[in-house]
Design a protein around this ligand. Structure first.
Ligand SMILES: [Zn+2]
Length: 198
């Protein structure tokens, strides 16, 4: 999933980060220019960090360099979200790469990261979002969503990841049960809220 946003244009990235840091735990660096907020979903965050490291290790070196160079121009932040409620899609995405003029924001569905029994699925979701970033960096990104998704799946597959991980019904049911039981604790930490803090 990939979104383009102009809403954050023209604001200073570092100022936003400082603002975010003041009200929350410090973010940790997944990459030199990609910070991750691990302060809310502790169990899912620990799993995500390990999965990110495993995913990154498997991405070809030239693709890593392309992504790193792009992050150098537009620093990235990553968040886990209680719900992926940005936009109104019929199926809730497992991850999203949102690009604005100044930065890249990666969001991932926390209960999916926490409950996915097959780590390959989590690796594939992370690789998919990094592949969108790679497309932007290479200038191959297209606003045609179907084409962009197809190109991204193909690229992630060429890196050795599953092109399109789809949670099975059991996992989807587990995600919904988790959401019901954790709504009081985590319900406010949605994708929309991540962007409202920006
Ligand atoms: Zn996508």
């Amino acid at each position: 999933m990939c979104s383009i946003s102009a809403r954050q244009s023209g604001r200073g990235t570092s100022a936003r980060r400082d603002k975010y840091r003041r009200g929350n735990m410090p973010m940790i660096a997944l990459l030199p220019e990609l910070n991750f907020d691990d302060s809310v979903f502790v169990t899912a965050s620990n799993r995500f960090i390990k999965a990110f490291v495993a995913t990154w290790q498997r991405i070809p070196a030239d693709a890593k360099n392309v992504i790193m160079d792009y992050l150098g121009l537009r620093p990235g932040r990553a968040f886990l979200c209680f719900a992926m409620d940005l936009g109104d899609l019929p199926v809730e995405p497992l991850g999203r790469c949102s690009i604005s003029e100044n930065e890249i924001v990666f969001t991932f569905l926390a209960p999916y990261i926490q409950h996915a029994a097959d780590p390959e699925g989590v690796f594939a979701v992370i690789a998919h979002e990094l592949a969108h970033c790679h497309n932007h960096a290479m200038g191959t990104w297209t606003s045609n969503e179907a084409e962009e998704e197809q190109n991204t799946r193909r690229l992630a597959e060429s890196w050795g990841f599953h092109p399109e991980p789809v949670p099975n019904p059991e996992l989807l049911a587990g995600i919904e049960r988790w959401k019901v039981s954790r709504k009081l604790e985590f319900g406010e930490h949605t994708e929309k809220r991540v962007f409202s803090l920006s």
